[in-house]
Design a protein around this ligand. Sequence first.
Ligand code: TPP
Ligand code: MG
Length: 461
Amino acid sequence: MLVRSVLSRSLRGSRAFATAPQLPSSPQNGRLPNTQSHIVSKLQFFNSVTGGDQQIPTYRVLDGAGRPLDTAEMPDIDEAFARRLYENMQLLPALDNVLYNVQRQGKISFYMTAYGEEATIIGSAAGLANDDEVLVRHSTIAINAKYLGQYREMGVLLWRGFSLDSVMGQCFGNKEDTSGKGRQMPVHFGSSQHHFHTISSPLATQIPQAAGVGFALRRTPERSGKNVAVCYFGEGAASEGDFHAGLLMASTIPSPTLYIARNNGFAISTPSSEQYYGDGIAARGPGYGIDTVRVDGNDVLAVLSAVKDARRRCLEQGRAVLVEAMSYRSSSIRVGHHSTSDDSFAYRARSEVEDWKRIDNPMVRFRLFMESKGWWDSTAEEELKDRQRKEVMKAFKRGESLSRCELKDMFTDVYSGEEPWNLKEQREELSALLRKYGNSWEPWKKELAKFTNQGKELMKD
Ligand SMILES: Cc1ncc(C[n+]2csc(CCOP(=O)(O)OP(=O)(O)O)c2C)c(N)n1
Ligand SMILES: [Mg+2]
């Protein structure tokens, strides 16, 4: 019996469809028409996907000091790739430090850091193909971009070559904001060029959409078998009904959709212990017949391997896969509050955050690994930090100084074809007000000066 159940479990892990029981039903007990479940006469409840009282294991390859685990199969990476990983990981706090403070100074309205999740974000980005479609929350741009994420995944864009000027353009909403012409909140990025669907705020709306995007990819001959739809979300977003709808859809209408749950322990102030009673997000995957893995989100190489393999499974089976990356919203440098609208010390102790920073730090772990290989040292570290600080400051100053798009852009792009009556009405009302007050009322004059063309295009008769 034990051998059988171990066998069926190991088979389950190897193929998506392998979750079907391997055991024939015992002939004397019969069989039911709508399931292959074998019949037992002992009444037994269960509440674990591992078959015992153990939690789902977490995959890691590096220990807390960056040493490969004895039995770990290390991903095949060379020095140049390792440096690229590390430099991209370090670029996140370099940007976060500046933009968090810039928000505090009132120069941008909002910001969200990725502190503590650098390995999850960069490791996963590196495990994808650059033209895999990424979705981060609800998307608002066309189907030709297919990364769907939530909001902390700016690092995926950076990995794909999104420039620092583009980051600043979006956050300042200036005329270089190719994400949304200044009409979105800061950090709500989007870039069809980088296959990254535009982020918007309602949680989890990207999760069912991802199933649809994956299906569209599967039905598009030139992309089928080559690209996956990648959907990021937090463990908090997984409490939304859309999570369940999305995973059910992705499993029953098979599509190459890769779901990456960032479990950072918090949904704003709600700790994960209050968000679910089961075994995290990973436990839900098998409920939908979806191949699932839990990975140490602080180990960039484990995340890289897990996502690479998850992607391969998606493509080979044409089916959804779920990765749950475990991390902690904090950082080696500073505290990871939920956003600039949050003070996390109201609900978690300073000492808890400090402990996590010290004990399990994604950046330090990978740096130690690189040093052990002779690929990194303190001189390289100083040079990198200095260079990144200068590059970020240069882009920040430029972004701050550029004017916004034209004011008329507020009314364009959302709908194709003829301008709807309600937008026409609103545009005409604004035009009339601008003609009346735009050149004379000081607060409006000041505001209009920030736009390219100072709103003049709307002031014409
Ligand atoms: C439908 C909906 N409900 C509530 C919110 C408010 N909200 C914004 S972020 C957030 C927490 C999300 O937590 P999680 O998904 O774990 O992501 P994390 O911030 O930890 O990366 C909440 C509740 C929202 N944006 N949308
Ligand atoms: Mg969270």
